[in-house]
Design a protein around this ligand. Sequence first.
Ligand code: SF4
Length: 571
Amino acid sequence: MTQTALAGAGAAGTETDAPAKPVRTARPRPAAKPHGQWKVDGKAPLNPVEAWKQEDDGLSVRHRIETIYSKQGFESISDDDLHGRFRWWGLYTQRKQGIDGGKTASLEPHELEDSYLMMRVRTDGGKLTTEQLRVIGQISVDFARNTADLTNRQNIQFHWIEVEDVPEIWRRLEAVGLQTTEACGDVPRGMLGSPVAGIAKAEIIDPTDFLQEIRDRFIGSPQFSNLPRKYKTSITGYPDHDTIHEINDISFVGVRHPELGPGYDLWVGGGLSTAPRLAQRVGVFVPPEDGPAVWEGVTSIFRDYGYRRMRNKARLKFLVEDWGAEKFRQVLEDEYLGRKLPDGIAPPKATVNGDHVGVHEQKDGKFFIGAAPFVGRFSGTQMLALADLLEAHGSHRLRTTPLQKVIALDIPKDEVEAVVAGLDEVGLSARPSVFRRNTMACTGIEFCKLAIVNTKDTAIDVIGELEVRLADLVDAGALNEPITLYLNGCPNSCARIQTADIGLKGIVVPADDGGTTGGFQVHLGGGLSSHNREEAGLGRTVRGLKVAIHDLADYVERVIRSYAANKLADE
Ligand code: SF4
């Protein structure tokens, strides 16, 4: 019986004077809001960011930087350009110095920034020559107060850049084949590539030409200069997985097909931030000659079908989650490639830590040496000294890695120990402690507007403490596996905390005096195959477990001691 019928019966048949209950009629459900998918919903912008992206392409701001902003100064920059299109050229505003992390959430963005810029230089695949290193180092000295951090996407990041200097910096970078094009923004950002591409003895396939082709054809092209959001690529042919392929939007992982030979297994939809997802295998084998077309097809799917209405749903991972791998493959093959791809085979399991730290023999009999700075912190003067060191030993090539390390290539056998010693003098250790080797930190409060805590200095302090406090475990051989410790300055995940054994997310915590202080929310138990894990997994938040910065070394020591005492034989 319907609600209306019940109401009618009561009104007619009741002997009381009580008023009849109001009649409830079923309301039509509102139509589901469109996701803002260009191919489904049309291109009308559904939020202000999509509006300015369509109004004027992000890449177009370069002309204004060269002709107006660099001449008239910071105050002349329009808001849409400063907080939007500048990213398409690797430029962000930098945090104003001296603002307490506890105030980050309560201040307006413009109150948190000053007139200096952060600039990111893309080094796809981490490839650098010593000539390029010298140019970056000198730019750092001349324009960036000697800052030149190594990011965990193989890029170099300057701070303290003034807009007046940007054209000269571009001129110097481009003279040696470097660029800041699309280093940030809703575009294909700097692409991860195996840092030992073309040199590792164990390599299944060398991805160098593949990566170079997609960079040359598509970076800076209007074809992909307006994606729904950022888009991260990784390509490796190294069997021990060195490009964190599980957490990129698109990844190609080297495999050897029993009939078709070396090629790639395709993964899509990985990403972290506040809604982490591991990538899914699409189930196709990509022959090397098809790599660029498949990259173009997947990127086109993201451009055309990606969700644009809500910024926090605009990453490829949400589309992949809704579609599933099967539908994704069908759309890729039917709508974008116009042909079927062979079925894929799963990549081999990683067997060693994919950070490449230490001394390793190359295919050609020379050696490469992977070395660790402290949590990616580096400087222009260190870069100039590193270029001198390598050239003095006959090397002209190096690589940066997705784990904030540096690899010196092409070292003759009898020069190895001299280079290892020289690297130490430059501030890079080829034989770092387990703690220095496996700790990463994001930019943090020194320069990032969103940060709540200081990450890099905190991490460096904790590394020093652990090296002393846990020396007994190290000496006893109880910590031979990588134990990763990653620090984020805020709830975003630039340092990939969900993929660490111990992941720390910057927050405000209660202080002993009744006020608040900087601290971390703890995640435990994450790991990727680049950390030599059989199966990738995301760490879990330990509910209610928060630790103040001044208690951090005590806490991490307790966790590691507990792990060492209780771990299983094969753990
Ligand atoms: Fe900034 Fe947060 Fe990213 Fe760290 S994790 S660099 S604090 S946005």
